[in-house]
Design a protein around this ligand. Structure first.
Ligand code: HSE
Length: 283
């Protein structure tokens, strides 16, 4: 039996579309158990990811049972699919004896997921910046600043990434591109330095949130309330519908007041305050 622990991740962090990522301290445990009978659901993304490693190393995947303890909300913009892919790739690497490096697994995981922003922190933990370069994943990783904590707010409905990408424009104005380059750069600097004041200016986006917010009723209301309650930044997590507010570690008032406010928003919202995770996927 092999058990892989994987973390939730948030991507984009506002302006860093398909590029910025952060691991959060919410985890799934995935058990891989050798079995006599064939695993039934071959469409399972964990199974598919493990099998991909076997296939690439020229080995045959034996029958396997997969058991999960799931804490990462599914299809909510918290990296549940990246967590499954990372777990599958890591288990596949060990079970097949393929002995691939972490960077090779990140490449394969990104190919399965389609973009690197959740995959890189799912494997490595911490705060990450990743970008595709001629088909390769290039990334920067640093331990997340411990002075911030994260109010993770999610509704009872799911939002498939394909649907949330489907509302994005094919082209954007040059001025919007310039705006986001500036904000994403400031955001990166703020996350690395722990400069909460800078975060307040950095967390603005013209690439995806203005188009996606119609898919998340109450989006503006929650963002405005978070700001009035003293959040340093707030944004749609990944493709949504989760909204995350960044708080100072010593903020003790936000959680209760925001929970009360969320009762008024359609969608039975849940709020959990969690720390970042500097630990990536581990066996
Ligand atoms: N960067 C991706 C998006 C994250 O916003 O569509 C979702 O997987």
């Amino acid at each position: 039996m092999l058990e892989v622990t994987v973390k939730a991740t948030t991507a984009n962090l506002g302006p860093g579309f398909d590029c910025l990522g952060l691991a959060l301290n919410i985890e799934n445990k995935v058990k891989f158990i050798k079995s006599d009978k064939d695993f039934t659901d071959k469409n399972n993304i964990i199974y598919q990811s493990a099998k991909k490693i076997f296939d690439l190393s020229g080995k045959t995947m034996p029958p396997i049972e997969i058991e999960q303890e799931i804490n990462i909300p599914i299809c909510r913009g918290l990296g549940s699919s990246a967590a499954c892919i990372a777990a599958g790739c890591i288990a596949g690497n060990i079970m097949s004896g393929a002995n691939m490096s972490l960077d090779e697994l990140i490449e394969i995981g990104t190919e399965i997921e389609g973009h690197p922003d959740n995959i890189v922190p799912a494997f490595l933990g911490g705060f990450t910046v990743s970008s595709m370069d001629e088909g390769k994943v290039v990334y920067f990783r640093q331990d997340a600043y411990e002075g911030f904590k994260y109010a993770v707010m999610y509704p009872d409905y799911t939002l498939p990434t394909s649907q949330a990408r489907g509302v994005l424009p094919k082209e954007i104005a040059f001025s919007d591109g310039v705006f986001n380059v500036g904000k994403a750069s400031l955001f990166t600097a703020a996350m690395i330095s722990g400069d909460g004041e800078l975060l307040k200016y950095a967390c603005k986006d013209k690439l995806h949130q203005p188009y996606r917010k119609s898919l998340v009723p109450g989006f503006d209301d929650i963002i405005d309330k978070a700001q009035s309650l003293g959040a340093l930044a707030s944004f749609l997590s990944g493709a949504g519908p989760t909204i995350i507010a960044i708080l100072s570690k010593d903020d003790n008032d936000f959680e209760t007041a925001m929970k009360e406010h969320l009762k008024k928003i359609k969608g039975k919202w849940t709020l959990k305050v969690v720390g970042p995770s500097n630990e990536g996927a581990r066996v």
